[in-house]
Design a protein around this ligand. Structure first.
Ligand code: F6R
Length: 596
């Protein structure tokens, strides 16, 4: 969480920093700030997002500076807790992403030595340490400062007396250097600076970088110089623009056919290559958070059916505390950002246990791509909306592709069946388009449920995790309380909450669960609930049980989650839009969760 940026070069730093912060805003939007040095330090920060910052920003001239957009961890989102932070003399400015875990002890120690703290943040200790260690060289001061810090951090700092110099340090939280011509950049991620350069150096944990407009110098925390050349990134900025849609989320929902197609292409699913995978695990454990966890949960059914491999799914934040057992599963970590701290820590835990790890990641060059033993890339492109949509859909495609390959490797699936499934998969973009075509109809249903305070989402078997995801989408962007349940579980407690004021979305596609789902729908409609059914084209029976029905094309049961999920995304989107919610930036959330 939090987005940080630094610039040194010949342009006016303010312009570069503000445009970078706009692109980083998805990482946090509680407050924002900017500091520009020009002989003296000029700083402006406030509660609120980047647009607010721009509206109150006076003309500031200067060719090096830093900026920050915050997702609050320590201290509420008020002006004083916003970054950049200044030292006591107002000469050093610092921005931070991460959590300094020993901040309480350091604060006490620094206060005893006379430092005056102006915020409640964990970050401020770092700027006072820099002040204590500064003897004319900020890089040296940074090296001494990091020896005192525990926790996660990407730090970027500058000193008003060290003209044109920006210093960064990384431990766990991401930091990337953009290499320009007579200008250099530092940012939390690539899109923030892609407008200016596509030549990137990814900083690793335990490294310090010093930028001037002419030079990029990387050292380790001991001061040993590290030579690393830049890599050209192939990423388009198009993804960072709304392209005529009202919201990034809607644009990203409509980009799913393309994202699916690209991910299938990247999966290299063909008989000529023998569906090679190189993996024949005895068991699989999938670890992830949030929406990625739901994708993993869908994957469990795919691995079990196609490869007959027992598969468990665990929340990454919980896996770390589980006991090591005699089972030696292949651990699959799923993360669109590749930066989620809980998932990265779980991967490390698995590796310490001697387990093989495979990462399913969307962002090329992200931390997970370096930490997992092997990587499968989803090819969703840049996703800006905080609520994951196209990245989730491509995670489902990744699961399917890997399950098909593993099935062939374990001989649970013959090549002919693999080929048939692959051909079916290739029809998914078209099938998704036919769900997208029903957006207006889904909007009409959304109007009927927008007034609800609570909702239920039901599904069974492979569509149970889709119900969980449908509920998550609804609650995170519309703020309507929503719960996902397996259809059969309601009668064991939650049915007590079902009334004529709790709309129910029920996935009742034509598969082995169909009959049972109709029974579950009967149970909730008998309690007065309005039911929105999601069914398979041509299923006239379902219409008799529900108030509204949305049909998906008839596809093999294992593929239905891709289509039922799109219905849920559109429903959540329209409800949130009708309610006037901040769809792309839901309250309290951030796109990249780099705290534990
Ligand atoms: C919800 C959402 C989150 C993320 C979760 C994991 O729409 O996007 O639940 O799925 O924070 O993020 P990644 O996939 O980046 O590890």
């Amino acid at each position: 969480m939090c987005g940080i940026i630094g610039y040194t070069g010949n342009r006016q730093a303010k312009e570069v920093i503000l445009s970078g912060l706009k692109r980083l805003e998805y990482r946090g939007y509680d407050s924002a700030g900017i500091a520009i040095a020009n002989g003296a330090m000029t700083l402006l920060k406030d509660k609120g997002g980047i647009d607010h910052l721009i509206s109150i920003l006076p003309e500031i001239r200067g060719k090096y500076g830093i900026g920050h957009t915050r997702w609050a961890t320590h201290g509420p989102p008020i002006k004083n807790n916003s970054h950049p932070m200044l030292d006591c003399k107002g000469e050093i400015a610092l921005v931070h992403n991460g959590i300094i875990e020993n901040n309480v002890a350091l604060r006490e120690e620094l206060m005893k030595r006379g430092h005056v703290f102006r915020s409640e943040t964990d970050t401020e200790v770092a700027v006072h340490l820099l002040e204590e260690f500064f003897e004319g060289n900020l890089e040296d001061a940074m090296r001494k400062t990091v020896t005192r810090l525990e926790g996660s951090y990407a730090l970027v700092a500058m000193h008003s007396k060290e003209n044109g110099k920006i210093v960064g340090a990384r431990n766990i939280s991401p930091l990337v250097v953009g290499v320009g011509k007579r200008e250099n950049f530092l940012a939390s991620d690539v899109p923030a600076i892609l407008e200016y350069t596509d030549r990137m150096i990814y900083l690793l944990d335990g490294e310090i970088v010093t930028l001037t407009k002419e030079q990029v110098k990387i050292t380790d925390f001991e001061g040993k110089e590290i030579k690393r050349s830049w890599q050209k990134v192939e990423m388009s900025l198009e993804g960072a623009e709304k392209g005529g849609y009202d919201h990034f989320m809607l644009k990203e929902i409509f980009e799913q056919p393309r994202a699916i197609q690209d991910t299938i292409m990247g999966a290299n699913l063909n008989a000529e290559s023998g569906y090679t995978l190189g993996l024949r695990p005895e068991t699989i454990k999938i670890i992830a958070c949030g929406t990625s966890y739901h994708a993993g949960y869908v994957g469990k059914y795919m691995f079990e059916e196609l490869a007959h491999i027992p598969t468990t799914v665990e929340l990454a934040s919980e896996y770390r505390f589980s006991s090591d057992t005699t089972s030696k599963p292949l651990v699959i970590g799923i993360s669109q950002s590749g930066e989620t701290t809980d998932t990265l820590s779980a991967i490390k835990t698995a590796q310490k246990r001697g387990l093989d790890t495979l990462g399913i990641v969307n962002i090329v060059g992200s931390t997970m791509t370096r930490e997992a033993d092997s990587i499968f890339y989803t090819r969703a492109g840049l996703e800006v909306g905080v609520a994951a949509t196209k990245t989730y859909i491509t995670q489902l495609i990744a699961m399917l592709s890997l399950a098909i390959k593993t099935g062939v490797a374990t001989q649970s699936l013959g090549i002919d069946d693999a080929r048939r499934l692959t051909n079916e998969m290739k029809k998914l973009p078209k099938n998704v388009r036919s769900v997208l075509d029903q957006s207006d109809k889904i909007f009409e249903i959304a109007q009927e449920i927008a007034g609800a305070r609570s909702m239920f989402f039901l599904g069974r078997n492979i569509n149970f995790p889709v119900a969980l995801e449908g509920a998550l989408k609804m609650k995170e962007i519309s703020y309507i309380h929503a719960e996902g349940y397996p259809g059969g579980e309601l009668k064991h407690g939650p049915l007590a909450l079902v009334t004529d004021e709790t709309p129910v979305v029920a996935i009742a596609v034509k598969d082995q669960t169909h009959g049972k789902m109709l029974g579950n729908i009967g149970e909730v409609s008998a309690r007065g609930a309005m039911v929105i059914g999601i069914g398979t084209e041509g299923d006239r029976e379902l219409e008799k049980y529900v108030d509204h029905v949305i049909y998906i094309p008839d596809v093999p049961p294992l593929f239905t989650p891709v289509l039922t999920s799109v219905v849920m995304q559109l429903l959540a989107y329209h409800v949130a839009n009708i309610l006037g919610c901040e769809i792309d930036k839901p309250r309290h959330l951030a796109k990249s969760v780099t705290v534990e």
